[in-house]
Design a protein around this ligand. Sequence first.
Ligand SMILES: *[C@@H]1O[C@H](CO)[C@@H](O)[C@H](O)[C@H]1NC(C)=O
Ligand SMILES: *[C@@H]1O[C@H](CO)[C@@H](O)[C@H](O)[C@H]1NC(C)=O
Ligand SMILES: *[C@@H]1O[C@H](CO)[C@@H](O)[C@H](O)[C@H]1NC(C)=O
Ligand SMILES: *[C@@H]1O[C@H](CO)[C@@H](O)[C@H](O)[C@H]1NC(C)=O
Ligand SMILES: *[C@@H]1O[C@H](CO)[C@@H](O)[C@H](O)[C@H]1NC(C)=O
Ligand SMILES: *[C@@H]1O[C@H](CO)[C@@H](O)[C@H](O)[C@H]1NC(C)=O
Ligand SMILES: *[C@@H]1O[C@H](CO)[C@@H](O)[C@H](O)[C@H]1NC(C)=O
Ligand SMILES: *[C@@H]1O[C@H](CO)[C@@H](O)[C@H](O)[C@H]1NC(C)=O
Length: 412
Amino acid sequence: MATLLLPLSILSLVMAGIVAGHNVTISLLDSAVARGAVCLDGTPPAYAYSPGFGDGVDKWHVIFEGGGWCRDVADCLNRSKTPLGSSAKLMSKEQNGVVSFGGMLDANSTLNPDFYNWHVFRIFYCDGSSFMSDVEDVDPKYNLTYRGARIYDAMMDELLRIGMGNAKNALLSGGSAGGLATTLHCDKFQSLFHNTTRVKCVSDSGFFVHGEHFLGADWRESFFYRVVSTHGLTNMLPTSCTSKFSPTLCLFPENLVPDIQTPLFLIESAFDSYQIGYTLFPDRSPKWKSCLQNLMLCNWTEIEIMKDFRLILVNTLKSTIANSSSRRGYFVHSCYRHGHMEDISGSTCSLIVGNGLANKCIFQNIAEAVGDWYFDRSEFQEMDMVNNLPRNCTGENQPILEKKCIDYYIHH
Ligand SMILES: *[C@@H]1O[C@H](CO)[C@@H](O)[C@H](O)[C@H]1NC(C)=O
Ligand SMILES: *[C@@H]1O[C@H](CO)[C@@H](O)[C@H](O)[C@H]1NC(C)=O
Ligand SMILES: *[C@@H]1O[C@H](CO)[C@@H](O)[C@H](O)[C@H]1NC(C)=O
Ligand SMILES: *[C@@H]1O[C@H](CO)[C@@H](O)[C@H](O)[C@H]1NC(C)=O
Ligand SMILES: *[C@@H]1O[C@H](CO)[C@@H](O)[C@H](O)[C@H]1NC(C)=O
Ligand SMILES: *[C@@H]1O[C@H](CO)[C@@H](O)[C@H](O)[C@H]1NC(C)=O
Ligand SMILES: *[C@@H]1O[C@H](CO)[C@@H](O)[C@H](O)[C@H]1NC(C)=O
Ligand SMILES: *[C@@H]1O[C@H](CO)[C@@H](O)[C@H](O)[C@H]1NC(C)=O
């Protein structure tokens, strides 16, 4: 019965036009090549741009794509043959050279009331360093180019060329490695604007914890150590951090976030599926596979580790916020998930099942929270402190919940 319900519900939603989003053409920034701002394989970087309209003409949302990091030459060489390291591969992979803008990128005002008519500029990720590398020499043996920071600069110049400098509102965001990129570039982004522009940043699932004494700490550290050395990041990281910590530790957001001057919002699952899946055991120990794919199959050892991970994440986030120079917004829920902003199930409904937030409307959702915080309607700081077990929020109930969320939007 349950297996029958799922496809039917999804089908009816597709037919109702709810699983929408609009297609945007992917473009190459050819002018970046002359300044050496290229992907790992030497191809030009790519972006997708959807112009703002109506009263969104002076509002700009810039998004970094995510997709992990490459940590050594062999890893980066592999990546250079995929869309995450080569725009040639990106163009051949994406159907018809288009990408779908959904969730908080959606142009439908019902589904995305706060951001639907903004300029949306999505920067594709092809450097493997969260847009931080700038190595002059091309790797002689494998012909790899490490130039993420130059890609960032070239994209910003392009954005200013097409009018972003006149923005009244600007938002920089990104998910996963793009969330870390957001944290790393947030203040630099802010400095592009007049001091009258409202500039804020949202890091979505970008809070990768160090967890010094927790399972996998050595692995997490050695991973970032290798990212730093492979991409030559030692002198590229914010000096506000490297004056206090080693470059390796300056890829962990807990050591970066306190010094960021620009308003920053953090979206996290306390049971971040990427961190639980990929950062607790070297190269994701295969023995965990069945549990990570289906939470019902986790045994108590695994559940206890997840509960401990949640405490590390929640406590690290809290002390990071407490140590921060300015107030932060955040939304921390307990659905087993990674990435929220670019599709409606993430941006709308991640918190809805068994909502543990006291005194909050059960339909409080991420897109609304970010909108409230962005436009100063509230200082959104909410963390699910009730559910201490990972919840599967993408099961058969999901389409029904999405419909409820959308009905809620329509009637409020
Ligand atoms: C926007 O989404 C709503 C809800 O799914 C749908 O009814 C409406 O037709 C959509 N509008 C446009 C212009 O696509
Ligand atoms: C290295 O990459 C450049 C730029 O894509 C290309 O022109 C050149 O042929 C490549 N060289 C080798 C040895 O693969
Ligand atoms: C590179 O890709 C090959 C083939 O997919 C794989 O066997 C190898 O393990 C990968 N190497 C790294 C370092 O990821
Ligand atoms: C978007 O592009 C995909 C792939 O080309 C296509 O299947 C889909 O129908 C398009 N969607 C819309 C709304 O045009
Ligand atoms: C904004 O900048 C102008 C000059 O560029 C300065 O006079 C003004 O005090 C600044 N305002 C704030 C709020 O920093
Ligand atoms: C739980 O599963 C893991 C493998 O993922 C195994 O090593 C462990 O012994 C199991 N624990 C219990 C209590 O069954
Ligand atoms: C969540 O539930 C769906 C079906 O209800 C299942 O397909 C999926 O594997 C589950 N995910 C996890 C991580 O348990
Ligand atoms: C916050 O500051 C305290 C006191 O300086 C320090 O012990 C703690 O490690 C800091 N927390 C984080 C997450 O940086």
